[in-house]
Design a protein around this ligand. Structure first.
Ligand code: OOG
Ligand code: MG
Length: 258
C-alpha cells in the first residue's frame, strides 16, 4: 500500500482507547491500510502491553464460525494475542467499568503440551494438546459501535479483552459436535455446537499451526489457544452470572459487576 502508515501511532491510539475505556473511530476510515500492516499494528500494540509487564500466553482465532462472520459482517479468519492480564479466573468477577462495551461469546480452549511451529494435520492435533476446556471470551472492540473493517479489527488485536477458562479436561475425546449453551443468570441466550467452529474445533489448531509455520514462529508448550466463538456474541449485563456449558466438557463461568 502506497500511503505511509505510522504503525506506532495507530497502535498507541488503540492502546489509549483500551486504557481510557473510550471507543475511537475506525482507523482505516482515516487512512486505509492492508492486512500485513494491520498485523504490524497489532504486534506494536502487544509490545506496548509487554513494556508494561504483560506476558504473551497464547493465541486466539476469530471468525471461525458462520455465526460470528454474519454478526460482524466479516468473512475472513483472523488471529490475535492473549496476555496474562486478560485472563479472569473461572468463577471470579469482572468489573465492567474496566471495559467499553463488552460482549461475551462461548469458546473452546486448548492448552498445548509441545511447541508448535510446523503445519499439523487434523489427525495430529490431539497429540500436541495437554488439555481442552470450555471457555468464555469477553471481546471489547475499541471502535465505536463494534463497527470495523477486517484490517481495523486485526489492528485492534481482534477485539480481545478478557477470557475465562474452565477446568481442564482430557483432549482424548470427541470434540466435533458438542452442544454449547451460553447463559445469563441461568437464562439461555445462545446455543450452538462445537461443529460451528470450522466444522471441527481442532481445525482451529490446524489453522494456527499453518500460520505459525508461515511466520517461522514457535508457540511454546503450555500456551492457550481459543478456537473462536461457536455462536454470536452477547452484550454483557451488569451484576450477572455468566456461564457456558459445553456438553460433555463442563462449564466456565464468571460474575459481572457493574
Ligand atoms: C472480533 C473477534 C472475533 C471470534 O471468536 O470470532 C472472535 C469481534 O467479533 O469483535 O473473537
Ligand atoms: Mg472469540
Amino acid at each position: 500500500m502506497s500511503s505511509p502508515i505510522d504503525v506506532q501511532k495507530m497502535a498507541a491510539r488503540l492502546d489509549h482507547a483500551v486504557r481510557q475505556q473510550t471507543a475511537i473511530a475506525q482507523l482505516s476510515a482515516e487512512t486505509p491500510f492492508d492486512l500485513a500492516t494491520a498485523y504490524q499494528i497489532q504486534n506494536a500494540g502487544i509490545a506496548l502491553r509487554e513494556a508494561r509487564g504483560e506476558k504473551r500466553i497464547g493465541l486466539k482465532l476469530g471468525f471461525t464460525s458462520r455465526a460470528k462472520m454474519i454478526q460482524m459482517g466479516v468473512d475472513h479468519l483472523i488471529w490475535g494475542e492473549l496476555t496474562d492480564e486478560m485472563q479472569v479466573m473461572d468463577g471470579e468477577t469482572l468489573d465492567l467499568n474496566e471495559l467499553i462495551h463488552p460482549r461475551v461469546e462461548p469458546e473452546i480452549c486448548f492448552v498445548t503440551k509441545t511447541d508448535i511451529h510446523r503445519p499439523l494435520s487434523l489427525a495430529e492435533c490431539q497429540g500436541v494438546l495437554e488439555s481442552v476446556a470450555p471457555a468464555l471470551e469477553i471481546i471489547d472492540s475499541r471502535y465505536s459501535q463494534f463497527r470495523f473493517s477486517l484490517e481495523d479489527v486485526i489492528a485492534d488485536n481482534c477485539s480481545s479483552a478478557r477470557f475465562v477458562v474452565g477446568a481442564a479436561q482430557s483432549p482424548r475425546q470427541a470434540l466435533d459436535n458438542l452442544g454449547v449453551t451460553l447463559r445469563f443468570n441461568g437464562r439461555q441466550v445462545q446455543t450452538g455446537s462445537s461443529a460451528a467452529i470450522l466444522g471441527h474445533p481442532l481445525r482451529a489448531l490446524v489453522q494456527i499451526s499453518s500460520i505459525l509455520s508461515q511466520q517461522e514462529r514457535t508457540l511454546p508448550a503450555g500456551s492457550i489457544i481459543l478456537a473462536g466463538a461457536a455462536t454470536a456474541a452477547e452484550a454483557l449485563t451488569q451484576n450477572s452470572y455468566i456461564d457456558v456449558d459445553v456438553n460433555t466438557l463442563g462449564r466456565a463461568a464468571f460474575y459481572t459487576r457493574g
